[in-house]
Design a protein around this ligand. Sequence first.
Ligand SMILES: CC(C)(COP(=O)(O)OP(=O)(O)OC[C@H]1O[C@@H](n2cnc3c(N)ncnc32)[C@H](O)[C@@H]1OP(=O)(O)O)[C@@H](O)C(=O)NCCC(=O)NCCS
Length: 157
Amino acid sequence: MTDPIALLIRPMQVEDIPRVMQITECQPEAPHWPVSAYELALNPNAAPRRVALVAEHLASRALVGFVVASLVAGEAELESIAVAAEAQRCGLGGQLLLKLLAALKDLDVSRINLEVRASNHPALALYARHGFRETGRRIGYYAEPVEDAELMCLDLG
Ligand SMILES: CC(C)(COP(=O)(O)OP(=O)(O)OC[C@H]1O[C@@H](n2cnc3c(N)ncnc32)[C@H](O)[C@@H]1OP(=O)(O)O)[C@@H](O)C(=O)NCCC(=O)NCCS
């Protein structure tokens, strides 16, 4: 078994937004948010409140991934997670997810929910590996291309 890659996982800052958008640009499965959506996610006074984390390689300080979740009524919604294409399948997505789950537990969040394209096998496998269970399917939920959403959740209690 190889050691996990040494990462610094820290709150996202406004200065990180260009690199975060660059990571999603070439990945059709990732949500493509405008700058204003990231700015809103980082605004502590905005509703809903969000937890946004980025992962940096400890050695190079290169930003290689991020995750964003919103908090509503004691539950969270995983809105976006992406790892730079060249850094995938090295455990970074898993490390980001674990750090997010720990942060949500500290905020007394009882459950995290998500929607994912039914064809997004890497993401479905990541979530299943970390204990998410499928709770349903929304037919034709996504556009361009039209596709079903798998609904998943994980109880944090
Ligand atoms: C989904 C994503 C974040 C996973 O990040 P990652 O750093 O590659 O994931 P990890 O290396 O931590 O993988 C953890 C587990 O997820 C599963 N997994 C990840 N990528 C996979 C792939 N391409 N095929 C199959 N399983 C995969 C595996 O179970 C893996 O464990 P293993 O390598 O020990 O078998 C990444 O593929 C990505 O950024 N995709 C584009 C954006 C996206 O689809 N986001 C989700 C929708 S918002």
